[in-house]
Design a protein. Structure first.
Length: 369
């Protein structure tokens, strides 16, 4: 959309904040206008994990992609402003020299090799919007200005914007969390026997449907700790869950695994990282949906016995045939039965020979007729 190149005032920026929160414009529009408030302005909305060198910059304006890549990969960890940001009052706009003395800043690798060399800037003006035990969310603008009066004026403007930013982010968090936990379809999943568990930061359970609650009492592939955290019994599945529940920047592709319990029951576990606004993820951590469905056969026990007697299928071959009827892939059956993929293929060839079919489709027709 077209925006004036004239410096944005506080009223316009405030309007853009609420516009972004309610979907009338984007956060990119807000940052693009924020850059106009300072000479050579380059603005960013960024998150820092204070317990590690992790940084995440979801929105930028004025920075080249390579600048941000270098910042994330190296310079964020040596940024002299970040360690001292925990001492900065939340909601109080400040210029960089109020956090780190300029005489110390200009001696740093961060200033010489990134701030000055790559962006042509001298300092930054910013404000901390939210701070938790380990997370800090900030809005800042790098600038070439060394005019203390001008920089202080910009810092005062950030102080005026801070409460509006905080309200916008709180609105997005409430909306996303309400959508995730109350407007899904757990009733449908209960009906078809699928357990659904939502876990948030540190794998703490946010909610679970009735089917998942029943599973905890009747033998399930997961455990719940005394402090309400979810643990999957199968180590690989638990490691995948932990990966998906990491802060922003971690892989988000859905994962499917087949696991067996101590009672020799097989389950299909689907792990999906939910889509939320970036602010919900930054401040509350990601939400991972864990779907647990029994990987049981749709073939009746009586029919299975008939197949065994008529075609001479072994117990292992019965399991493979049942798995195919249930829609499992050969790899999933390999995982569920604890045998190699080649073993499953060999057993399937034997089933084809005994039943005189030559495809999985033909086998399913035989099993279900």
């Amino acid at each position: 959309m077209y925006r004036s190149t004239k410096a944005a005032d506080t009223a316009e920026l405030t309007e853009l904040i609420y516009g972004a929160a309610f979907g009338d414009c984007g956060w990119q529009d807000f940052l693009d206008r924020l850059t106009t408030t300072m000479p050579n302005g380059r603005s960013a909305l960024h998150y820092h994990d204070l317990s590690s060198p992790t940084t995440y910059v979801p929105y930028v304006s004025g920075f080249a992609a390579e600048d941000i890549d270098q910042f994330n990969n190296h310079f964020a960890a040596i940024n002299p402003w970040i360690p001292k940001s925990v001492l900065v009052p939340v909601g109080h706009g400040l210029a960089g020299e109020h956090i780190v003395a300029r005489k110390d800043l200009v001696k740093s690798e961060f200033y010489n090799d990134w701030l000055k060399r790559r962006t042509g800037c001298e300092t930054t003006v910013g404000v901390t919007i939210v701070r938790s035990a380990t997370r800090t969310l900030l809005v800042s603008t790098c600038t070439s200005s060394t005019d203390e009066e001008l920089n202080q004026h910009a810092a005062d403007q950030y102080t005026q914007l801070a409460p509006h930013l905080r309200r916008a982010f709180d609105f997005l968090r409430r909306r996303d969390l309400t959508t995730v936990e109350q407007h899904e379809g757990p009733t449908l999943l209960d009906t078809i026997g699928v357990g659904l568990v939502y876990v948030g930061d540190n794998l703490r359970i946010r909610s679970m449907n009735e089917c998942a609650q029943r599973m905890t009492a009747n033998g399930s592939p997961f455990r719940i700790s005394v402090n309400g955290r979810l643990f999957m019994d199968e180590p690989g599945t638990n490691a995948t869950l932990q990966l998906l529940a990491l802060p922003p920047g971690s892989p988000t592709q859905p994962q499917v695994r087949i696991v067996r319990t101590a009672e020799d029951s097989a389950f299909r576990i689907t792990l999906v990282r939910r889509s939320s606004s970036i602010f919900t993820e930054l401040l509350d951590g990601p939400t991972v949906a864990v779907l647990i469905e029994p990987a049981t056969s749709v073939v009746g026990e009586q029919h299975l016995n008939h197949l065994k007697e008529s075609y001479g299928l072994t117990p292992a071959e019965i399991r493979i045939a049942s798995g195919i009827a249930a829609g499992l892939t050969l790899k999933e059956m390999s995982s569920a039965n604890g045998v190699s993929y080649e073993t499953i293929r060999t057993q399937l060839k034997s089933i084809y020979s005994k039943t005189r079919v030559n495809s999985q489709a033909g086998l399913v027709k035989l099993l279900l007729r």
